[in-house]
Design a protein around this ligand. Structure first.
Ligand code: F58
Length: 800
């Protein structure tokens, strides 16, 4: 099947389309148009081309009766879409020129788009990269998620403390979605089970409607586009007329308000118990709507439900959509009358599950009262699944239904034909820890699919200087075949080429410095090493290790201010879950340290610290191309993969990191000599935890660490409240579960190695460039090919 590349679009054609949309889609004459009008008009002009490719792709999939991949995820962290669309259609020059001809600045117009933050972090961003790769590869697929009215909260700082405000991406006009009032499903909750004549019927007590909104996601060169279908909750019976007639207007509007709560807000990764019921409702809402939609599409094209696994692959993005197992069995058994065993087999043939964490607190489990109250039939089915699994595997000792809980990880495992981890190390640890028994019983089920990132957004679009240089050197084949970056290696041996590589990095750093001066009022030295840690705030990610080392460095600088220090700008960004007090304290500590260090006349030109507020996809796109050093310093065994680590390496930053997650594979690819390794391995970590007073011993052995901790404890950074950080120092010196103290000395050593390397630009630039040249394997195209082959048995409908 050959799908033609879309026709080339000239600047004039695009300009006319923009004006046409401005006038006739938005009713605005060019002379009176504001920035948002221009952004919307350009988006619509681009969207027209995406839609053409979308229709062609859907037509091909229908005609061919193609197997579809369905990616079920509670999160899609898509960020802005306009630049993505323009870049993938190859229309950057035309769009820039068309806008210029209309008196508008391309970058300003693009920057007007809200950043859709429908995700917490890596898991949600991975889902977005996967959609783009699925389209690039021409694999027929749908992403299914929830159309949250409010995405991840907006973060600001007051007195250094995190303040959360609601995120309102839908308040600005959004160009990309198509409302589908005809794709509407009624979703039930609660109620009773009735057993009559050997049949079981579920009579829910409460109903909510799920309405679809479709966003096309276009792949590289516009050859294919898939659909992101997000569900919005509406009241089945929106208006209580009797209440209105009684004059009780608040009660009359209540059904609508209650129903909408389900898709009102994205759950932040939180440690609190509150709102657990609503979260489960959201999960079932997504799953039930998606499965009904999937089956409706299947029924249109095929008649034998037993063929479902041949035509439908459903990927569960973590356990959040795990109730898809029982729900699919319920539909097949209760509604379509298949025998229970067969229903289970068919469901398993369709389902597969990705695990993203081994942290015990993040493995979902639901109390049976809550679960059974909301989903009474699903609780029964979970028991039936568990019993069937036990009967088939009598040596089993652990049940997914122990302790009055429904354990979603185990349920997902049992209901999936494949279960995957997201890096080689993580997958091995899955086999050894959380899923050890299930792995023994089903040794063929766990497979690895190391994460990847889309090179279109994370190199081509976000770093035009570097991607321009790459294309000039090796042509543009790398964009769809990222491993071709290896072809850069001969050029890297050429000093003149290295200078150009360095000039691109330096210009990116100047851009970032200017932006920080304008936005944060802080001016930094663009010749300093830009040392960047950007990710969710979590103890296992150890931002506190980074700030402790920075404090120790500052103290040494003050001891010898005239020594030959490598100037550093230490940049942080990341949000803490609103209920995660310790993570919020670390943010405040970093801000307090920044205030003291940045004001120190003795060291201010050599060491600066900045915590940039409201980390999101757009900020990542700004920071990553400008980074010299990428901080990937999690406690070994805790970071499932990481994907930021890949983006940095791809953009020519060196990593300082532990042997955790995909760092292990990044180091193997870029070469050990081009990676600053430090710290304990996952098995060292297990051993070290057994050592009595391990933190105290580490502190005793390292006076630098002792002094830095003392400064934190003694109020050096909180003179107005001396004991503000006592508990942080106590934590590190005490239980120190994440082994900050025990890894400190090695981290310090590796940081000084990085300093020394940075002082030798010729060597540094070569190493940085080799990181780019050897990161091609971390493309999400490679990851998706792996899923297509090993998990989904899905194929591409493109051939070139
Ligand atoms: C992340 N998980 C992993 N979870 O931490 C990271 O190592 C990995 O690279 C990435 O997934 C992709 O595989 C993650 O982002 C969440 O954000 C959850 C969202 C729902 C609540 C619990 C956290």
């Amino acid at each position: 099947m050959n799908i033609a590349t879309p026709p080339q679009v000239s600047t004039n054609t695009l300009r006319d389309a923009i004006v046409r949309h401005l006038c006739y889609s938005f009713g605005r004459e060019p002379d009176f148009a504001g920035l948002e009008d221009w952004r919307m008009a350009l988006s619509y002009a681009i969207r027209d081309h995406i839609a053409d490719s979308w229709f062609r792709a859907a037509g091909t999939a229908r005609r061919e009766g193609a197997k579809r991949v369905y990616y079920l995820s509670m999160e899609f962290l898509i960020g802005r879409l306009l630049e993505d669309g323009i870049v993938n259609l190859g229309l950057v020059d035309q769009a820039r020129e068309a806008l210029a001809a209309l008196g508008q600045d391309y970058d300003t117009v693009l920057a007007d788009e809200p950043d859709a933050a429908l995700g917490n972090g890596g898991l949600g961003r991975l889902a977005a990269c996967f959609l783009e790769s699925l389209s690039t590869l021409g694999c027929p697929a749908y992403g299914y998620g929830i159309r949250y009215e409010h995405g991840l909260f907006r973060q600001s700082f007051q007195g250094g403390r995190q303040i959360e405000a609601p995120e309102t991406w839908l308040l600005q006009r959004h160009a990309w979605e198509f409302e589908r009032p005809e794709a509407l499903f009624r979703i039930g909750f609660g109620g009773e089970i009735e057993e009559t004549g050997g049949k079981v019927l579920w009579h829910p007590a409460e109903h909510v409607d799920a309405e679809a909104y479709d966003t096309p996601i276009v792949g590289w060169q516009g050859k294919w586009a898939n659909t992101l279908r997000l569900w919005s909750a509406k009241a089945s019976d929106p208006f209580d007329l009797p209440a209105f007639n009684r004059g009780d207007f608040a009660a009359a509007a209540q059904p609508e308000a209650l129903a909408r709560t389900i898709s009102r807000v994205l759950y932040p990764d939180d440690t609190t118990e509150q709102g657990r019921e609503l979260r489960l409702k959201q999960e079932f809402f997504l799953v039930a709507a998606a499965l009904r939609d999937i089956l409706a599409r299947f029924d249109k094209e095929h008649s034998d439900i037993r063929k479902l696994p041949e035509k439908v692959a459903i990927q569960l993005n973590d356990t959040h959509p795990a109730v898809a197992g029982p729900e699919l069995v319920r539909i097949l058994h209760d509604e379509r009358s298949l025998p229970f065993e067969e229903a289970m087999e068919i469901a398993r043939g369709c389902l597969s599950y990705t695990n993203h964490t081994l942290l015990p607190e993040a493995l979902e489990s639901w109390g049976e009262d809550l679960f059974g109250g909301l989903l009474p039939r699903h609780l029964q089915i979970a028991d039936l699944i568990d019993n069937a699994h036990y009967e088939a595997n009598p040596s089993r000792t652990q049940s997914m239904r122990a302790d009055h809980q429904v354990k979603m990880g185990q349920l997902s495992f049992v209901m999936a034909h494949k279960v995957n981890g997201v890096s080689a190390l993580h997958t091995e640890l899955m086999k050894e820890t959380v899923f050890s028994e299930l792995h023994r019983l089903h040794p063929e089920r766990i497979v690895n699919q190391t994460n990847g990132v889309t090179p279109r957004r994370w190199l081509l679009a976000c770093n035009p200087r570097l991607s321009g240089l790459i294309t000039e050197t090796i042509g543009d084949g790398w964009v769809a075949d990222l491993e071709r970056l290896r072809e850069l290696e001969p050029a890297i041996e050429d000093a003149a080429w290295r200078e150009r590589f360095d000039a691109a990095k330096r210009a990116n750093k100047v851009d970032l410095s200017n932006w920080m001066a304008a936005e944060q009022g802080v001016s930094v030295n663009p010749d300093a090493m830009f040392d960047v840690q950007i990710k969710r705030m979590h103890e296992y990610k150890r931002q506190h290790l980074n700030i402790l080392e920075t404090i120790a460095l500052w103290q040494e600088m003050k001891d010898a201010p005239n020594a030959d220090w490598t100037p550093r700008v230490v940049l942080f960004a990341g949000k803490a879950a609103p209920g995660y007090a310790f993570a919020k304290d670390i943010i405040r500590l970093i801000n307090d340290v920044a205030a003291v260090l940045n004001a120190d006349p003795e060291t201010g030109d050599k060491l600066q610290v900045l915590f940039l507020p409201n980390y999101n996809v757009t900020l990542a796109e700004r920071l990553i191309p400008a980074a010299d050093l990428s901080e990937q310093i999690s406690t070994a065994g805790k970071e499932a993969s990481g994907t930021g680590n890949m983006k940095f390496a791809l953009n020519g930053a060196m990593t300082i990191g532990t042997l955790d997650g995909a760092n292990v594979e990044i180091r193997e690819h870029v070469g050990a000599e081009n990676f600053f390794l430090f710290g304990m391995t996952a098995s060292d970590v297990t051993e070290r935890r057994k050592v009595e007073s391990h933190a105290a011993k580490a502190i005793e052995a390292d006076p630098r660490l002792a002094r830095a901790l003392q400064a934190v404890r003694g109020g050096t950074f909180s003179p107005d409240e001396v004991d503000r950080y006592t508990h942080v120092a106590d934590n590190i010196a005490g239980a120190d579960y994440f082994l900050v103290a025990s890894d400190f000395t090695e981290y310090w050593r590796a940081s000084r190695e990085a300093d020394a390397a940075f002082r030798d630009p010729a060597t540094w630039i070569r190493k940085a460039a080799l990181n780019t040249a050897r990161s091609g394997w971390f493309s999400s195209d490679r990851t998706i090919r792996g899923y297509m082959q090993d998990i989904w048995a899905a194929r591409s409908y493109l051939s070139d």
